[in-house]
Design a protein. Sequence first.
Length: 99
Amino acid sequence: MNDLDDDILICRCEEVSLGEIREAIDRGATTLSELRRRTRAGMGLCQGRTCGTLVAQIIARRTGKALEDILPATSRPPVRSVTVQELGGKGQCSPKKRT
């Protein structure tokens, strides 16, 4: 992966490039949570479901750690996408009628 261009987008949601991830690792980010805080990789709409595994592989290769030793990122609610209706219940979002 060292021969790949730094401009390749790894996190499409937040537009984080391979070069930005490499730089963050070189500056000490060695977990998915640390990388997320420094680069926003995995903080977009997909919440890391698309790029998380790839970012973990980059960390493992760059640091020499085993992939299974890379700690997962901490999850923040909601852990899956939800609609406004699911959050408020059906009919909860409609305005009150004035009489």
